[in-house]
Every structure is written in C-alpha cells, then in structure tokens.
Design a protein around this ligand. Structure first.
Ligand code: AKG
Length: 373
C-alpha cells in the first residue's frame, strides 16, 4: 500500500557502518540488507538471502505477458471522445487498469536519470535514507522495510511533489546526478497535467460534472515512487513488490522495456505487457471509495527476473491529505446505498499500525457490510 503523507520534517542520515566485510553476524547481515538490494548485488551475492525468500504459496508462478485496455488520448481529445470515455469507464470498472497512448509526456530522460541515480555509490544514495515514512524525500528498500517480515527485491526513491508545492520541494531532491531535479520536475508537472485530464474524463464518464473535485485536486497530493528492481539471483523465490493496492485516486506508471507488473483478476496474476511508450494507469483506493465501488482498486505486485534490472516510476495522485473521502453525493442519488465508510489519512495510518493491517487490505476495512436480508 503506498502512503501519501503530508510534506513534513527532516531527513535522517544513515549511521556509518561497522560491517565492512561480509560477515556472518545476524546484526551485520540485517544492516547490509537494509542498505538495499542494489548494495547486496554490488557485494556479489549469488543466492537469495533467507529474509527475501517467500513461503511457497506467495511465490510468483510463470506468467505469459498480456495486453490491457488501451485509452488513446488523441481520440479522447477528438470527436471520438464519447467512445473513448466509454472505453475508459469499462476499463476502470472491469480490470481497474488500462494503458494510455498518445499522451505526449516525455519520459526517456526520466528513466535515464533514475537509472543513473541507482548506479551511484551506496554512500551517495544513502544520504537520502530515512526511516520516517512521512519524509518528503526518502531512499529506501523493500516495501516497508521497518515492518516487512519477508523483504522485497526493490530499492526506491520517494519524492513528494504536490502540485501546489512542487517548486518549494524540488530543492530538497537529490542533487546527484546533477540533472536529476531539472529532469524529474518537468516530468512531475507533465504527469500532473495528464492525471488531471484522465481524472476529469473519469468524472465525466461517471456523470460527475462541476463537483469541485478538479479544483480541490490543484492542492492535492502527488508522490513519485522511483523504483529499481535489480536482476535477482533467484527470482522465482521472491517479489519486487508484494500484492498491494494504491492509496490514491489514480496511479500513472512509467516503466522501461522490462516487464514485471502483475495484476490480479481475482483468480490469476496477469503479467502486463504495455505498448512501447504507453503509461499504465490504475484506479486507487480513494477512487474506488469516491465512485462508491463503480471503479476497482485492484491488487497488483511486481515480479523480478535473473538477467535484467528494471526501473519504474509510479506517480500516485489524490486529494489533499486532510480531505475526508467518501462516495460522491451524485452517485448516492435515488436510494443507491453507500458501500464505503468515509476515510482520511489518520484512519489509514491507524489501520496500518493495527493488527488488522497485517491481514486485510485497507479498502476491505472501509467496506460497509450489510446484514443478510
Ligand atoms: O513497478 C511496477 O510495475 C509497479 C510499482 C508499484 O506498484 C508501486 O510503486 O506502487
């Protein structure tokens, strides 16, 4: 589950390591693991350390690449809008995932600079390490490295880039590679514009027009998760990210040419094979709640492979953190029952720290269950 925290606080410098040589001591092993999977690869590991090994039932099975619905932005902007809106509506209702083509967002530089960031020496990347999940800039590893029983084969750079505060936060982003800020901030802006266009289309498809949500989104949240999944010595035993749903309205995913995203259709995991240059978009928990269940926030996970490193950039967009989110009033007209409780960030954080957080998805905890009639 991705977390959209408010833009707050400090960064914590990583402490100098006392584990200078590969060691068998448990605390040194743990310290090495928490430096991330790129670091383990640089140390030349040839087998998966035990903390990354999933129980057999959670391991990825071989999967054939599959296409997902395509939404063509050129058509959405043309006289064919109504047909494209219907396709978008169907994709959000059925799979909860689609891909966008002809979007015009320049992304090659973004992937390139992300790759160069993860290729920096460990000490340089570690300058941005923090155990504070609300830190606006945070380099880390796994899914939630402080809580994960089994670690994931992923390193990430989280950048908070809320539209109303982007210029303010960019100076706190890494300054190495030297062009990182200059490349990533225009990408963030272009991604925000695309998100606004897509969410406006989704609202129109649901018949929600002029509700003020678009205005609220101007001061909404945008978090970029820049992910690196290095080639893994035993990919059949682990995952790059475990099954999770996203906490926001929509997530826009940029990935390089290496596939890895798998989407649950309720029975099987589908390995997503996007068209070259497409961005993959998925419905998040907030949009499922806001749409009163019409749109589906679906579990997804990431598999890794033994030969190729993979880079992805997930942009998670939502309403302001203090906004309480419930089903849109327009969708509750004429006696349609409300299917979800209202929610806000505090509820989500409480849920994460509760025992329930380990067993159910957040969305399930917000569903209203009706007594049998
Ligand atoms: O890399 C991917 O394919 C998905 C990443 C993702 O799900 C996330 O960052 O939340």
């Amino acid at each position: 589950m991705a977390i959209l925290g408010p833009a707050v606080d400090r960064q914590q410098q990583q402490q100098p390591s006392t584990c200078n040589a590969p060691s068998s001591s448990d605390s040194c092993k743990e310290e090495e693991e928490l430096k991330g999977v790129r670091h383990l690869c640089e140390r030349g590991i040839t087998a998966l350390p035990p903390r990354y090994v999933l129980p057999p039932s959670d391991r990825p099975a071989p999967a054939a690449p599959r296409s997902i619905p395509v939404i063509d932005l050129a058509r959405l902007r043309s006289s064919e809008r109504a047909r494209e809106l219907a396709a978008l509506d169907a994709a959000c209702r059925d799979l909860g995932f689609f891909q966008v083509v002809n979007h015009g967002v320049q992304s090659q530089g973004m992937l390139d600079v992300a790759r160069r960031f993860f290729a920096l020496p460990q000490e340089e990347r570690a300058r941005h390490m923090s155990s504070d999940i609300r830190a606006p800039v945070r380099y880390g590893t796994s899914f939630n490295q402080l809580n994960d029983g089994v670690l994931c084969w992923r390193d990430f750079l989280k950048l908070l880039c809320n539209p109303a505060r982007l210029d303010e936060v960019v100076p706190s982003w890494p300054d190495n590679p030297a062009d990182l800020r200059d490349v990533m901030s225009p990408y963030a802006r272009a991604n925000q514009m695309l998100f606004r266009e897509l969410i406006s289309a989704a609202l129109e498809a649901m018949g929600i027009i002029g509700s003020g949500v678009l205005k609220e989104l101007e001061s909404g949240t945008h978090m970029m998760m820049v992910n690196c999944f290095p080639a893994c010595p035993e990919p059949e035993l682990t995952l790059g990210m475990p099954p999770h749903s996203d906490y926001g309205f929509l997530t826009l995913l940029l990935q390089d040419q290496v596939n890895g995203l798998e989407v649950s259709d309720g029975e099987d995991w589908l390995l997503v094979d996007p068209l070259p240059g497409a961005l993959v978009v998925n419905v998040g928990d907030h949009l499922e709640i806001f749409s009163n269940g019409r749109y589906k926030s679906v579990l997804h996970r990431v598999r890794v492979n033994s030969t190729r490193s993979r880079i992805s950039v997930a942009s998670l967009h939502s309403l302001p953190t203090e906004r309480v989110i419930g089903p849109a009033p327009e969708l509750l007209a004429e006696g349609t029952p409300r299917l979800y409780l209202d929610t806000d960030l505090a509820t989500f954080l409480d849920y994460l720290s509760s025992a329930e957080g380990k067993h159910k998805t957040f969305l399930q905890s917000r569903r209203i269950t009706f007594p049998p009639s």
